[in-house]
Design a protein around this ligand. Sequence first.
Ligand code: SAH
Length: 363
Amino acid sequence: MVDLVLEAPKKGKPPRHLLDLTRAERRDAVAELGMPAFRADQVSTHLLVHLQDDPDRWTDVSAADREKLTAVLPTLLEPVRTVDCDNGTTVKSLYRLHDGSLVESVLMRYTDRITMCISSQAGCGMNCPFCATGQAGLTRNLSTAEIVEQVLAGARALSAGEVPGGPGRISNIVFMGMGEPLANYSAVLGALHRFIDDPPEGLGMSARGITVSTVGLVPRIRQLAEEGLPVTLAVSLHAPDDHLRDSVVPINNRWKVSEVLDAAWFYAEQTRRRISIEYALIKDINDQRWRAELLGEMLAGHLVHVNLIPLNPTPGSKWTASTPQAGAEFVAALREAGVAVTVRDTRGREIEGACGQLAALES
Ligand code: SAH
């Protein structure tokens, strides 16, 4: 049996931050520090609506209270460096956390949307052999506020006009950075609430613009389906047959393809959201025509869309991306089966900002 880590080590837990909390809890926390509860709403408005994180600019909060508030507003992400490409419209940020762990996020500005790809764990315990993060293992879960801060840092840079294209707002968030989001369920759920809930409780983003990507933790998929948060679910399938998936996505040894897909269809039924199936095309491993046909058969008739990703080979990997011709044939077979399919863009590859590469070069 492969080495999978579902329970994160408890060490390195970050200090509590107001953004870990719901609006009601923030009011309580502020009251406990001897301030009127409405201070919590003022701070939430500064952080989430005005995107202003410098307490010196909060002129409606007294200097004495700003001082007291530092107890619940620790600095969680220390920027180490940013790297950009695509004329500055793809920006990767590397952060050091309070315990020295490193995490990354990537901001991608397109003509019609701005997407942030964020991390939910430092490292990952899912051990997928083609993914650089999987090779490094799991350091720890991120807290809700550590997840939310990645988005706020991007939102502040955008609103300040630091990203070419003029001031802008984040429209999409994808949990496709480091980590398995559903293995850090409660912190990720908290972050989803901070993104979706109306201001000043949260950022007031649309749930449909947010994607949670998972290797297929079946009970957690079912649990998320019942939260009443219609975010998009992406399932990293990568193989339609258990024989291959057992080695490419090792969690398959616990939950089989049919169980993962059943949970996905339950998710689609509960949320009315189309499921995204992620499939990295790996040359001569999972890109055969018969696998495309089998995948098409399994998906046809469901509320689903396939996202093919040319493999981004990790350093030292024996695997490479499929040829464009194999990719085109795979697309054709899925279309023949009546399944919607797109080939994902590979933004950020030249800055190690693409899938599975985040922070791997730093360790
Ligand atoms: N743990 C989650 C989310 C993080 S990875 C998950 O597995 O879904 C986000 C996506 O990038 C997943 O579909 C993952 O399988 C894919 N990925 C990881 N490494 C990759 C690589 N080297 N090339 C192409 N896709 C990769």
